[in-house]
Design a binder for this molecule. Structure first.
Ligand code: CP
Ligand code: NVA
Length: 314
């Protein structure tokens, strides 16, 4: 039923700000349906004969494998295009790349640095463009995160999600997605590494409609107190390797460890988009412990993205 909906057909997924809370819930519902069918061996050939081009300007394990396997499971195929190998890496413009790919394939996923590059690709492509991570946002990750929270907690609205660490792409998408679906999103970061003000104000605006709440803090204990969901991410993202050593010192008080997690609800769940650095942003005790649902979260990248592709490209 959902997958014949025209509401999503032909649209891009550039950021979760472009989708209403209701639409995000529809995507999550489609994702659970697709997951259930997959587990029951019921085929879902929604994209038979279709091709997804996947442009990567940064490394990836989960995004690459989940999109590629996802297309295969939907009856289509995916092309891995490293920017090192295609002409984009030699200076062909994003606009021309978009125009040419639009003549060959049915959708483009791109992982790159500037959010503006994804927007430019979408402007010149006449097929759906999906953001597979930029420096600013990581919407596909957060769809999988919300799906995982829903599976474990049975709901989203009203839950408190605490994000502790760098105000980065993952934090931004959690703010955008969480606020749309009515969650209380509390972010604790060092003063100089707070989330973008523009993103925070979009999230606050979404809360007016959804009944959600956004708090931007510096104290990790305040953020985690009473949380249903505790999330962190790396302290130095891709492209910030030169700052890694300096960041390590600033972020040390933001490690998610047993002491910090003791302030969360007794039945809290722990999320991390991965890859993780045990002993840095999270201790092994937490990520490998009983509250951690990071493997379900990683698996749900596959199901959430299959739903996105089927809805946008179907
Ligand atoms: N979480 C995530 O996007 O992982 P990859 O960098 O491996 O794709
Ligand atoms: N914030 C991290 C997420 C990796 C999936 C990065 O951008 O490197």
């Amino acid at each position: 039923m959902l997958l014949t909906s025209n509401q999503f057909k032909g649209r891009d997924l550039l950021t979760l700000a472009d989708f209403s809370g209701e639409e995000i819930n529809t995507i999550l519902k489609a994702a659970s349906d697709i997951k259930e069918k997959y587990k029951k061996n019921i085929p879902t050939p929604y994209l038979q004969g279709k091709t997804l081009a996947m442009i990567f300007q940064k490394s990836s394990t989960r995004t690459r494998v989940s999109f590629e396997v996802g297309m295969y499971q939907l009856g289509g195929q995916a092309l891995f295009l490293s920017s090192k190998d295609i002409q984009l890496g030699r200076g062909e413009t994003i606009a021309d790349t978009a125009r040419v790919l639009s003549r060959f394939v049915d959708g483009i996923m791109i992982r790159t640095f500037a959010q503006e590059e994804v927007e430019e690709l979408a402007e010149y492509a006449d097929i759906p463009v999906i953001n597979g991570l930029t420096d600013l946002t990581h919407p596909c990750q957060v769809l999988a995160d919300l799906m995982t929270v829903k599976e474990h907690k049975g709901k989203l609205a009203g839950l408190k999600l605490a994000y502790v660490g760098d105000g980065n792409n993952v934090a931004h998408s959690l703010l955008l997605g969480g606020s749309k679906v009515g969650m209380h999103v509390a972010v604790a970061s060092p003063e100089k590494y707070k989330p973008s003000e523009k993103i925070v104000s979009l999230a606050r605006e979404a809360c007016l409609k959804s009944g959600g709440r956004v708090e931007i803090l510096t104290d990790p204990v305040e953020a985690v107190t009473g949380a249903d969901v505790v999330v962190t991410d790396v302290w130095a993202s891709m492209g910030q390797e030169d700052e890694a050593e300096q960041r390590m010192k600033v972020f040390a008080p933001y490690q998610v460890n047993s002491e910090l997690a003791a302030h969360a609800k007794p039945d809290y769940i722990f999320l991390h988009c991965l890859p993780a650095h045990r002993g840095e942003e999270v201790t092994a005790e937490i990520i490998d412990g009983p509250h951690s649902v990071v493997w379900d979260e990683a698996e749900n990248r596959l199901h959430a993205q299959k739903a996105v592709m089927a809805l946008l490209m179907g």
